[in-house]
Ligand binder design. Structure first.
Ligand code: SOE
Length: 385
């Protein structure tokens, strides 16, 4: 009989839905030993939680996360609430011996992230940060290509993460979803919300970032706050650009904004090396572009008239994760990135080799985010410790 993975999920927002969907689908697609059981959904808004429980099939509703982390019928606490609450919940959950999953960014700042790492490592509990884009098959293929040493010496890493949903001055800050505009709850703006994804992907593919220099901008200086009803200063970064140096000697540029009219979730990267390049664009998520440069072998005529970028449709069963889904040529979507992440997490528990990115890896991304914000404030290059 299957072992149970009894889930207590905290937060009824957008991310809670993506995770709930993953728990429901896990056993339909992945032959893991554990069966995900949706035990409890927790939110301070009880009517919302009741509706959510009915929609997604949670057995019960809690309104106090402290009660949930102590509950004896929960194995995994999954944190899908605004960043300001991540630390307290994660530390308490680990102390109660629960496995812990946490949405990105791991914390409000490095100090909190370090407390979270210490808590899960002290307790010895499996833990994961939901950097879901690592689980896009095309991005996982890019990782495979890099690991196969097909890129050669890396020179450039170029990332963009662009959206446009906060351009109107009428968008308020605070409350459901819009907490992302409130620095006291989010920690930072696009740096923690969007660039954290780009930084996690970059360091996964191209190794540690050692130094950054950044410029941020807040285009709309005041917005109505949903909670106070007053116009209040906007303290998040609306846009952020930074230069980076990687430990392997390559250079990076990162750009993010919520003011790129027409760009909804434009998450791209390109890595250029001596022997090849890879390029990914989330608006065409099932494709990875790959340029392969092969040195001429002696005696063989160059076929330079045939060289060019290859656009790989990552839907074959040989491509990462795809053997779990449909037939070649049929793609999967955004929601599957969370399902793939969950499957990796569960397989990690079962094999004893816990999956990445764990909290310690999430801390490395947090260090870069904090350095970026501090560099923008002080207009200087900063080293990452
Ligand atoms: C913000 O708009 C957001 O929902 C982020 O919070 C997610 O992490 C990103 O993947 C999509 O955009």
């Amino acid at each position: 009989m299957a072992k149970e993975l009894r889930v207590g999920l905290i937060g009824c927002g957008f991310m809670g839905r993506t995770h709930s969907n993953a728990y429901r689908r896990l056993n339909n697609f992945f032959p893991v030993e554990h069966r995900a059981v949706l035990k409890a959904i927790c939110d301070t808004n009880e009517p919302k939680a009741q509706t959510y429980a009915a929609t997604w099939g949670y057995e019960r509703v809690e309104t106090d996360w402290r009660k949930l982390v102590e509950a004896s019928d929960i194995d995994l606490i999954d944190i899908c609430v605004p960043n300001v609450a991540h630390r307290d919940i994660a530390v308490a959950a680990a102390a109660a011996g629960k496995m812990v999953g946490c949405e990105k960014p791991l914390a409000m700042n490095v100090a909190q992230a370090e407390e979270m790492v210490a808590a899960v490592e002290r307790a010895g509990v499996p833990n994961m940060v939901w950097f879901n884009y690592r689980r896009v098959p095309a991005i996982a293929l890019a990782k495979q290509i890099v690991d196969e040493k097909r890129i050669g010496r890396p020179f450039h890493y170029r990332a963009t993460y662009l959206q446009d949903w906060t351009i109107s001055e009428d968008v308020p800050q605070g409350g459901d979803a819009l907490w992302r505009l409130d620095a006291r709850v989010a920690g930072s703006g696009v740096t923690g919300d969007l660039l954290a994804h780009s930084i996690d992907t970059a360091m996964w593919l191209n190794g540690p970032i050692t130094r950054v220099v950044a410029k941020t901008e807040t285009f709309v200086k005041e917005r109505k706050h949903v909670v106070s009803g007053q116009r209040e200063p906007v303290l998040i970064d609306d846009a952020c650009m930074f230069l980076a140096e990687f430990a392997n000697g390559s250079m990076g540029t990162f750009e993010s904004t919520r003011y790129a009219r027409g760009r909804k979730n434009f998450n791209t990267f390109e890595l250029n090396g001596a022997d090849g390049s890879v390029y990914f664009d989330l608006e065409e998520p099932e494709y990875l572009q790959y340029f392969e440069y092969k040195q001429l072998q002696s005696g063989k005529k160059a076929e330079s008239h045939l060289t060019g970028w290859r656009k790989i449709h990552t839907t074959n069963s040989e491509h990462p994760y795809m053997s779990h889904y449909w037939v070649p040529g049929t793609c999967i979507g955004y929601e599957h990135t969370f399902l793939n992440a969950l499957a990796d997490f569960v397989e990690g528990i079962e094999s004893g080799k816990w999956t990445q990115p764990d909290f310690r890896t999430g801390l490395e991304t947090q260090k870069v985010c904090d350095a970026v914000i501090e560099s923008a404030r002080t207009s200087q290059w900063l080293h990452i410790n």
